[in-house]
Design a protein around this ligand. Structure first.
Ligand code: CMC
Length: 428
């Protein structure tokens, strides 16, 4: 079998096995042949939270957590953030190559033709209570799209899939803007397809019939860069959910709603909301040291710090830090910024954080930018979900086209009772 193998000796039986290594991995199923007796099920791996298990082969996003590298289809995130636009990056992810200018025009046109919502969806959004969390509205609205586009369940047809991708990428900003307008009790603004993707979102959220209304280009550009940074991040919790739920061959809307639900949690895309709540709770620069001491005692976490993959620095955080200062120049400084800067300063010098390789992640700054842009705190995860649509949908298509993939179905190690007889109620 050559040198690219792993030799394993089972000390229970003394038998030796040679297992192929490919792309620095072994196939978990190759371990199944290792048995201590003929009727043994065979060896499995135990990997809670998938700390060391690759669930797919992918050609979309590359991350080297130790070196702080993030690339989409081979292009460094720094170059995309500087030179590209969100829609161009979404095209790159979905179609695999940067578009020519004709293809970019075609793609922009396709997306702009899918920004309006079906009236049923508008009514659904309107039916939510005034204080409904916008992520709850967004998740429900995307799931409800499956009822309006029933052909979407034909997930093995590439043309059908492509149409749903246009619809989701096109309608996400509208759903998000309407969820916001519902909360503030204002009429919904129809999309303006002459605007850029992010300018249109800001317009739908903010416009109040002012005669001289114009979207601030600095803010639209800042949001566009944030969208590029959030477009994909390989096999994170929500993407794994999109692939896992999608592996049952459910339509993309329901798989997408599940992925957005995973994103909503405070350890994932809800972290930017959690950062702001933490800064508000700290309240003043003089309380920062006491807060850090509490975190070190295990009483809570420093939200916006740490990452499962990045153990050196988060390359997105470096870019976003600069965007933050551009935005503060346009909007004026943020009262919570001082607290954030002091938190970062103290944490980066403290052995607790240094020894655990805890650095600011993308959410540490994105929350501050969103606040400067006057988005309500509970709206922050929506601003993560909108751009992540490109990543989720690309990963979903890759999963469906991968012959090695099947319905996702992990194994377990059963440690419960052995078989026992049912005890009637009156005898317990
Ligand atoms: N504050 C304080 N201590 C921390 C933090 C934190 N933010 N993150 C990790 N630790 C400690 C943790 O207590 C543990 O210490 P010990 O070894 O003494 O038990 C050690 O560092 C390792 O932590 P872990 O929980 O095993 O690490 P993980 O890789 O499972 O967790 C994480 C990654 C992102 C969930 C975690 O760092 C965290 O909870 N951060 C705060 C939430 C946050 O900012 N999330 C956004 C992530 S970036 C956006 C995205 O991609 O979703």
């Amino acid at each position: 079998m050559g040198n690219n193998t792993l030799t394993v000796t089972d000390n229970r039986t003394g038998k030796t096995y040679e297992i192929p290594i490919e792309h620095n991995t072994i196939r978990a199923l190759d371990l199944r042949q290792i048995k201590s007796a003929d009727d043994d099920f065979g060896l499995m791996t135990y990997d809670p939270a998938f700390m060391n298990t690759a669930s797919c082969k992918s050609t979309i996003t590359y991350i080297d957590g130790d070196k702080g590298i993030l690339e989409y289809r081979g292009y460094p995130i720094e170059q995309l953030a500087e030179h590209s636009s969100y829609l161009e990056v979404a095209y790159l992810l979905i179609y695999g190559e940067l578009p020519t200018s004709e293809r970019l025009d075609w793609w922009t046109y396709r997306i702009s033709r899918h920004t309006f919502l079906h009236n049923n969806l508008v009514e659904l959004i309107r039916a939510f209570r005034y204080d409904a969390h916008p992520m709850g509205i967004m998740i429900s609205a995307v799931a409800a799209m499956s009822t309006l586009f029933p052909e979407s369940k034909d997930v093995m047809d590439p043309d059908v899939r492509e149409k749903q991708i246009w619809r989701i990428v096109g309608q996400m900003p509208t759903i998000a803007a309407f969820a916001y307008r519902n909360r503030i009790g204002r009429p919904f603004n129809s999309p303006d397809n002459s605007l850029s993707y992010t300018a249109n979102l800001l317009y739908m959220m903010d416009y109040m019939n002012q005669r001289d209304y114009e979207v601030n280009p600095v803010l639209a550009k800042a949001l566009d860069v944030l969208f590029i940074l959030h477009a994909d991040h390989e096999q994170n919790c929500s993407t794994a959910t999109m692939r896992g739920v999608g592996s049952s061959r459910v339509d993309p809307y329901n798989a997408f709603a599940a992925a957005a639900s995973a994103l909503y949690g405070p350890l994932h895309g809800g972290a930017n909301e959690a950062v702001l709540r933490m800064l508000q709770q700290i309240g003043d620069v003089k309380n920062v040291k006491g807060f850090i001491d509490k975190v070190k005692k295990g009483e809570g976490r420093l939200m916006g710090f740490g990452h499962r993959v990045y153990k050196n620095y988060d390359p997105r955080a470096k870019i976003i830090r600069k965007v933050a200062y551009d935005v503060f120049e346009a909007t004026g400084s943020n009262p919570l910024l001082e607290i954030a800067v002091e938190l970062e300063r103290i944490a980066l010098q403290d052995d607790y954080f240094i020894s655990r390789k805890l650095y600011p992640n993308v959410d540490f700054y994105s929350g501050l930018i969103y606040q400067a842009l006057r988005f309500p705190i509970e709206y922050f995860p929506c601003l993560f979900a909108i751009p992540r649509a490109a990543g989720w949908l690309t990963q979903w298509v890759e999963m469906l086209n991968d012959d090695e993939q099947k319905i996702m179905r992990p194994r377990q190690v059963y440690l419960g009772h052995e078989r026992r007889e049912y005890v009637p109620l009156d005898q317990r």
